[in-house]
Design a protein around this ligand. Structure first.
Ligand code: HEM
Length: 221
């Protein structure tokens, strides 16, 4: 069979998809906002390690200024927009997933595997993060005692044991990928940042685990 390959010179070029580029931009901005939020969130939630009084004071401040009531739903919105935009790239059919895995194996390229970490943790975070946001935001005000009581039911302790590493991995890898994708890093910069990023992720998981244990053993009145 004769193959007819159209020559580019005689064909109209494909329309340049500006929308896709804009959506990529919004995907990155919502991702960066969520990374910043999660860093603040870790500091706020782990303030219980200093003392439950400090955590209560911070929670009180965020509620009397309406930052929790307004910020909470905005985080929810950013979370959903970010998911919908990032999902454009996720292979959902088995056929696509097979190709993706075969390519990742063949290339032996760690950053391609990091993308798979992103797509996998994203699914867990979408479900568990959604449940968490709902439970916390429909139970305001936040107090150390209420959080401790929740975690001491045992169910929520295990729930967070899964959610915590997924979120920290996703945030860490996401932050690294933003810097690489948008050209903030050269090749040597990549390797050194990746090492620092791994240390940071381990540190955040460590602080998160200590926080969970503090809630678990906090005496309830
Ligand atoms: C405005 C939005 C949010 C508020 C007000 C909030 C509040 C809280 C509070 C009060 C706790 C302590 C445990 C509890 O009370 O059950 C907690 C823990 C936690 N939250 Fe959030 N959260 C928010 C958003 C998120 C999001 C978007 C994620 C990730 C998808 C997340 C992940 C976690 C994790 C992993 C823990 C476990 C505690 C730890 O770090 O050791 N949170 N959050």
């Amino acid at each position: 069979m004769e193959m007819s390959v159209p020559s580019t010179a005689t064909q109209a070029g494909l329309p340049v998809g500006k929308l896709a580029a804009w959506l990529d931009w919004v995907q990155m901005l919502t991702g960066a906002a969520l990374v910043l939020f999660m860093w603040c969130h870790l500091m706020l939630v782990s303030s219980v390690l200093i003392s439950p009084k400090v955590m209560n004071a911070l929670a009180w401040f965020f509620e009397v200024t309406f930052m929790a009531q307004v910020g909470g739903p905005l985080i929810f919105l950013a979370f959903l927009v970010h998911f919908v935009l990032a999902a454009r790239k996720i292979p959902f059919t088995t056929r696509e997933q097979r190709v993706m895995l075969a390519n990742a194996r063949r290339m032996r390229h760690p950053d391609t595997w990091l993308w798979i970490v992103q797509a996998t943790t994203a699914m867990g975070i979408l479900i568990m993060g959604g449940i968490h946001l709902w439970v916390v935001l429909t139970n305001l005000p936040i107090t150390a005692e209420k959080s401790a009581a929740r975690i001491q039911t045992g169910f929520w302790f295990v729930f967070y044991l899964f959610l915590l590493p997924m979120v920290e991995l996703h945030v860490g890898v996401g932050f690294y990928r933003i810097l690489v994708k948008w050209g903030f890093l050269d090749r040597p910069g990549r390797f050194s940042l990746k090492k620092k990023e791994n240390v940071m992720t381990m540190l955040f998981i460590g602080i998160g685990l200590l926080t969970l244990l503090r809630y678990y053993f906090l005496p309830l009145k």
